[in-house]
Design a protein around this ligand. Structure first.
Ligand SMILES: Cc1ncc(COP(=O)(O)O)c(C=O)c1O
Length: 416
């Protein structure tokens, strides 16, 4: 059937109110440019394909099909396959948070974990507090849940949690129910910032005092390039009376094994965990049993732990290469905080330009990035941009920055 007048049709369709104003993700839209020949993409947060352990995953797949085909191909448990939960409990504990398998829910990517928590807690109009800037697809999820978003700033040390009390007071005074604080504490997407231990403790204290649930989303914690790691919020909860009931932890295999598995996990307090399982039953029955069994087998081999140092080293090299290229080619025309790990560098242009306009010239010059305005739940800062160093090699990062400079110069000439 030929589509016609799609704008008019969209207006005429009886879409649910939750779809009103939900925008397509700028990043997903940019992916079509990333596939153009010759383009160097600093836009997506795609793990570098060299990190995919094809041989190990092939071996695990063969073993699963040879030894337990019925278990891997059959329907499974909603909270996850026991073998995978065992491995994920081990992995989470190795990050300083000693969790039991009972506290876990395996999710279809960590994106589903955000959605699950939103469905569990948020009625239309309820307040969710996010960082400024925040992870774009979480903003989409909260928009779909019809949440009312409030923001706290983020600086080089992560979310400015000292703003939390004022934000919560104002929301409560306006008659809103504040339900959730969502935070990416390690090498945040998009800010690259890491929340200090003091701020993590402060956040937990605020959560307990206000009875607001805090969800820490931690896709990047294993990808530390510099410095010492800071324990997850659920680990620090033991230092704040009552906090264990008010915080949850979300992580994923996407950035350390492969996003194609679509496997993440939540560690939750018992009451929240039980409700999450009921909610997930209605969403997708369970995450792929096949993917879970292969992942469990793979993780049990210890190959991930053996590979992590070289994965970290490769991202560290790219992290350094991007920073060096920015210093070399842009100098004082750009400001940024050096991320201690992860995949993203957040920057502010000092030239009087709008990063979205610069992007148009950058596409013609052969590079793309994400304008920072996409990541704001409220008034955006148009001079910001997110640069991902995950995928291009070090020399490509240098070439990409040179192209960015040309795009910037073209924007300035047009502006003048
Ligand atoms: C902060 C954050 N959370 C969640 C996700 C979703 O990851 P996945 O659904 O692949 O686990 C991403 C992916 O980029 C992310 O950056």
């Amino acid at each position: 059937m030929k589509a016609s007048g799609s704008e008019a049709l969209r207006a005429a369709y009886p879409f649910a109110s939750r779809m009103h104003g939900v925008q397509s993700s700028v990043i997903r839209d940019l992916l079509k440019f990333a596939q153009r020949p010759g383009i160097i993409s600093l836009a997506g947060g795609l793990p570098s394909p060299f990190t995919f352990d094809v041989e190990g995953i092939q071996q695990a797949t063969d073993e699963v099909l040879a030894h337990q085909p019925a278990r891997a191909l059959q329907y499974g448990l909603t909270d996850g396959q026991p073998a995978l939960k065992q491995e994920l409990a081990r992995l989470t504990s190795s990050r300083g948070a000693a969790v039991t398998e009972d506290s876990l829910v395996v999710t279809t990517g960590s994106q589903q974990g955000i959605d699950l928590i939103a469905r569990l807690l948020i009625d239309p109009g309820d307040v969710v507090v996010v960082e400024r800037p925040a992870y774009l697809a979480a903003l989409q999820t909260f928009a779909l849940a019809q949440a009312s978003l409030r923001t706290i700033d983020s600086d080089a040390s992560g979310a400015c949690v000292e703003q939390i009390d004022a934000v919560l007071d104002a929301a409560q005074a306006a008659g809103h129910s504040v339900k959730l604080i969502y935070v990416v504490a390690n090498f945040a997407n998009p800010s690259g910032a890491t929340l200090t231990r003091e701020r993590r403790l402060h956040l937990l204290q605020a959560a307990v005092a206000r009875r607001v649930f805090v969800l820490e989303d931690d896709p990047y914690g294993e990808l530390r390039s510099f410095g010492a790691s800071v324990p997850p919020l659920i680990a620090l909860a033991s230092e704040v009376p009552g906090a264990a009931d008010w915080c949850g932890y979300l992580s994923t295999l996407s950035k350390i094994v492969a996003p194609g598995f679509r496997l993440g996990w939540l560690a939750l307090p018992p009451a929240v965990r039980d409700q999450a399982v009921i909610c997930k039953q209605g969403m997708d029955l369970h995450s792929s049993t096949f993917a879970q069994e292969v992942a469990a087998r793979y993780l049990a081999t210890g190959r991930l732990e053996a590979r992590l140092p070289s994965i970290r080293a490769a991202y560290r090299e790219r992290n350094e290469a991007l920073a060096a290229a920015l210093d070399r080619h842009l100098g004082s025309r750009i400001e940024y905080n050096r991320p201690e790990g992860g995949m993203f560098l957040w920057a502010r242009l000092n030239d009087p330009v709008d990063a979205s306009e610069v992007l148009q010239h950058a596409i013609e010059e052969g590079m793309i990035f994400v304008p920072g305005s996409a990541f704001y739940a409220d008034a955006p800062d148009h001079s910001t941009l997110r640069l991902s160093f995950a995928t291009p090699a070090a020399d490509e990062l240098d070439a990409a920055v040179q192209r960015l400079v040309r795009a910037l110069d073209r924007s300035l000439r047009r502006g003048g």
